[in-house]
Design a binder for this molecule. Structure first.
Ligand code: ZN
Length: 302
């Protein structure tokens, strides 16, 4: 049974059309108000989702602010260079195995939250994010999708100076500044979509399309990433996997996020996020310009 799971004020909600339903109240306490714990009772959650019409809604979706769908998620794995066009635009080799780094979950924010910039070289990366339902170890590729509870949109916001501050580069911190993980607007279970492994994704900066691709172009697809990761770590309920971004990031064009910029990120069937950028104080490495981007740096306004 398909479902859409979100949060508001850190409480898990199920969403149907324009209405939302508080999960803990509706289940009379049988399912947790914490969305990750709710995913641990995924069979109960699906049953509840299939009977929503029996209950009065808790309210209208238009009247609430949606938060990050999995605010208590423990682990977050992100794949770099997972679309051919993006690897090529950065002058990078196509990896032989998924190139995985961590986005610390402390950077997670909601689908309408602001992104705080702490240098003049911060970039956008539209991505499909999958959230693990039933965890596991040594998951076979052919069983990979069975472990996905839901999918949503993510913006893998990246401070390029911090990302490339050292040699060899270490991506984790540069992609984990506070507010650098907008996700949402809610989780959509894969069975809600006919074509869950073939979804158009798009990123617009101030109304202009910067990235446009389809998740069927992933070099390592969702089940392959799940199988690879679970051969190394035990995947847990609520863990997120950021599957990588297509071509069109700003760094290779000399375009970076500025105070007041608006990012709109959308994925077919999963909705849309809108995040505004706010320039705050500099971080310690804010003026460092990675060599690899110097050729692209930044275009003078004429
Ligand atoms: Zn990314």
């Amino acid at each position: 049974m398909s479902f859409k799971l979100g949060t508001t004020n850190n409480r898990a909600i199920l969403i149907q059309d324009e209405n939302y339903y508080d999960v803990e109240k509706l289940s009379e306490g049988k399912i947790s108000s914490d969305s990750v714990q709710a995913l641990e009772s995924i069979e109960e959650l699906k049953k509840l989702a299939s009977s929503l019409t029996d209950f009065p809604p808790s309210g209208k979706l238009s009247e609430i602010k949606l938060g990050n769908p999995v605010p208590s998620s423990k682990n977050s794995y992100a794949v770099g260079l997972n679309y051919r066009g993006h690897a090529e635009e950065g002058g990078m080799e196509i990896p032989e195995v998924p190139m995985v780094f961590t986005k610390h979950t402390s950077c997670f924010v909601g689908p309408k939250d602001n992104v705080e910039l702490r240098s003049d070289f911060v970039d956008y990366e539209a991505e499909l994010v999958v959230v693990i339902g039933q965890g596991g170890k040594d998951i076979k590729v052919e069983n990979g999708w069975e472990h996905v509870a839901g999918m949503c949109i993510g913006q893998d916001i990246s401070d390029r100076p911090a990302q490339f501050a050292t040699q060899p580069p270490m991506f984790n911190l540069g992609k984990s500044f506070d507010t650098f993980g907008p996700m949402g607007p809610y989780l959509v279970s894969p069975d809600s979509l006919n074509n869950y492994d073939c979804l158009d994704l798009e990123c617009k900066l101030n109304g202009k399309t910067m990235q446009k691709d389809n998740t069927s172009d992933l070099i390592f697809n969702v089940p392959t990433i799940i199988s690879y990761l679970s051969g190394i770590v035990t995947l847990k309920t609520g863990d997120t996997i950021w599957t990588g971004t297509p071509a069109g990031v700003g760094a290779t064009q000399g375009i970076f996020l500025k105070d007041g910029d608006v990012l709109i990120t959308s994925i077919e069937g999963l909705g849309e996020m809108e995040n505004k950028c706010i320039r705050v104080s500099d971080h310690p490495r804010a003026d460092y310009l990675p060599d690899m981007f110097k050729g692209f740096m930044p275009k003078e306004e004429s």
